[in-house]
Design a protein around this ligand. Structure first.
Ligand SMILES: Cc1cc2nc3c(=O)[nH]c(=O)nc-3n(C[C@H](O)[C@H](O)[C@H](O)COP(=O)(O)OP(=O)(O)OC[C@H]3O[C@@H](n4cnc5c(N)ncnc54)[C@H](O)[C@@H]3O)c2cc1C
Length: 412
């Protein structure tokens, strides 16, 4: 029997699984897919935590400031490239605008604005959904007084793709930067920028190369080599865009951290229901067995505790049938909080459906929103599956998922 079975391998599930394994628990993590890390910008947003804590039933009401800070520090502990500061930091979006963020990799943190420097945008040829003209215009507007220029680069490995007119995603480029050939090409390009700069006699000026896509190897999945090549100039990475190389490599990295700590994994497996439950009117139920479909087989897995981090509507943890009333949590059949109106016709307005999810007590155990009764005492809910929050307008997606994932693991 596992001490805990974590269902869902998105941000919340991985954080919960890793923390529980680090605490010496016997943990199994089951996941069907990668979740919304596919869209991840590389930056964890926490939002205005203190203000959000005043919203009725917001997940942040379940945690004090210490718990939020603990989760942040944990991310930095398992992935030291992430920088934790007391105040939010700024980064460049893929459009060349500046955005704030609470937890981001070192290479993404914008240099101090008070000290002007020269930015050189390195544009990898054929990069899909990347618009250098827009980026250049935005950089010029965001950094008045700074010099901004652009350099296009070609990678020999992609000559055939270019010839065929095939576009190259940011993940393709991230993979190339991880090959020896790609590293040499990138290093050469950066040396060239530096050489030209020196030739122009501007050796005093601070020079930074701006790069879309991911180059830092803090997610060295194999962790067999000190991977990152030393480049002759600092690189400022822009935030990721879909498909997200940061998300992909981060998920990969988390998987390795979890396995190294002794966690067991079932990838591509879907939890479908739990059984063996005893249900009586007056007793809190227990749910010792989880039914999982994996590789064409049906398995019954036993655990002491369960962490459900299946990601709500987008992650696949909440299913909506043909009739709107048929909305349901798809594994434990947990009762959901569902607002009366689901959508607002104003495109950028907060959308009520974002609030759909499971209400919990302070131990993250599911409650019935109808009567406030505890549904399961050995199930803890984390991440997007929680009710009463909106990652988009409140900009707290990473914060709620990390904090609740970490807190759930502490309860095992
Ligand atoms: C487009 C987009 C961009 C975002 N960008 C950012 C950002 O840049 N920064 C930020 O801080 N936040 C961002 N967020 C918010 C953030 O990604 C989410 O709040 C957070 O990642 C949710 O994590 P989660 O683990 O709860 O769910 P998810 O990431 O959705 O993961 C759920 C996991 O559960 C698995 N699963 C579901 N059902 C089952 C089942 N029955 N059996 C087994 N596995 C199952 C899924 O396959 C998936 O792996 C973004 C969200 C979206 C939608």
């Amino acid at each position: 029997m596992w001490d805990a079975i974590v269902v869902g391998g998105g941000l919340a599930g991985w954080i919960a699984g890793i923390r529980a394994a680090q605490r010496g628990k016997k943990v199994l993590l089951i996941t069907e897919g990668v979740g919304t890390l596919f869209y991840f910008s590389g930056i964890f947003d926490y939002g205005e935590v203190e203000n959000l804590r005043h919203l009725p039933k917001h997940p942040y009401t379940l945690f004090n400031s210490q718990a939020v800070a603990q989760g942040k520090r944990f991310v930095q502990e398992i992935c030291p490239e992430y920088v934790v500061k007391d105040t939010p930091q700024s980064a460049l979006t893929v459009l060349g605008t500046v955005r704030r963020g609470d937890l981001m990799p070192r290479n993404m943190v914008l240099p101090d604005r008070q000290e002007p420097c020269k930015l050189v945008l390195l544009v990898p040829e054929g990069l899909k959904d990347f618009f250098p003209e827009i980026v250049m215009a935005n950089l010029a507007r965001e950094f008045p007084g700074w010099q901004v220029s652009e350099k296009r680069m070609q990678v020999a490995a992609l000559a055939e793709w270019t010839r065929l007119g095939k576009s190259v995603s940011s993940i393709d480029y991230a993979n190339i930067w991880r090959s020896e050939e790609g590293q040499i090409a990138l290093a050469h390009e950066i040396d060239e920028i530096k050489r030209r700069h020196q030739q122009a006699g501007k050796t005093q000026e601070r020079l930074v190369v701006v790069l879309p896509s991911l180059v830092t190897e803090y997610f060295d999945a194999s962790r067999t080599k000190p991977y990152q090549k030393e480049f002759s100039l600092p690189i400022l990475e822009m935030s990721s865009f879909v498909p997200s190389p940061h998300g992909r490599y981060f998920a990969e990295y988390l998987k390795h951290v979890f396995s190294d700590l002794g966690g067991e994994l079932m990838l591509g497996a879907r939890a479908v229901s739990f059984n063996g439950a005893s249900t009586t009117e007056n007793q809190v139920k227990s749910c010792p067995e989880l039914t999982v479909h994996s590789m064409g087989k049906s398995l019954c897995l036993k655990g002491e505790k369960f962490i459900i981090a299946t990601g709500g509507l987008l992650g696949g943890g909440i299913k909506v049938g043909m009739v709107r009333q048929s909305i349901r949590e798809s594994v434990f059949d947990l009762p959901l909080f569902v607002p009366k109106g689901w959508s607002d016709p104003r495109f950028l307005a907060p959308q009520p459906f974002a609030q759909i999810g499971v209400e919990t007590d302070e131990w993250l155990r599911p409650l019935d929103p109808e009567n406030g009764k505890l549904v399961w005492d050995n199930v803890h809910v984390a991440g997007r599956m929680l009710a009463h929050w909106d990652p988009w307008t409140q900009k707290c997606g990473g914060g709620v998922s990390i904090t609740s994932g970490y807190a759930a693991a502490e309860l095992i």
